[in-house]
Ligand binder design. Sequence first.
Ligand code: SAM
Length: 200
Amino acid sequence: MTVDNADGTKTEYRVWNPFRSKLAAGILGGLDNIHIGPGKKVLYLGAASGTSVSHVADIVGPTGLVYAVEFSHRSGRDLINMAKKRTNVIPIIEDARHPHKYRMLVSMVDVVFADVAQPDQARIISMNAHMFLKQGGHIVISIKANCIDSTVDAATVFAREVKKLQEEKIKPREQLTLEPYERDHAMVVGEYRSQKKKEK
Ligand code: SAM
């Protein structure tokens, strides 16, 4: 929907469906801070065809950037088409397990957002954080319990994933489940602190 403003400019409002986007579900579910705002640089892992990426691109605006990584060529085609309309999106059709393959394309970022739904996602996120995330930057991840381990309850999977992140210098700051929008999913926000505290 486009609204005409009093000063002659137009503002476009877009519907962001929390049943189709985990980030929207996390925001509506009550995350305090997703650390994605105007001017921010975001590395988005698991971009799919770019629906949620387009919303992130709108949030960071013309002074921000979204590096959108997706390894499926089929989804990648839609992602590339979306990026033609949004010049602050850089589509990268690569496997996020091999961040060195796109290191020439990506600068240091403020936030790594990940929605890859893979059993080794903690490792994928950590590798990308070590390579591209600023000191004090944030990770925001969606954890789908049954993609990681379907033999234990979701809460156990979430706790294990958080522990793996802690071992990679990512301090958990917020966690919430994505009910009622997604079952057995959690969203975790963490802060990246790779340097040791100075010795006194
Ligand atoms: N974030 C998307 C959204 O809200 O529209 C949905 C993402 S979907 C749950 C997961 C995506 O991650 C799939 O498109 C899949 O192809 C991609 N993916 C999974 N593993 C990946 C990897 N190692 N590297 C890049 N993309 C990956």
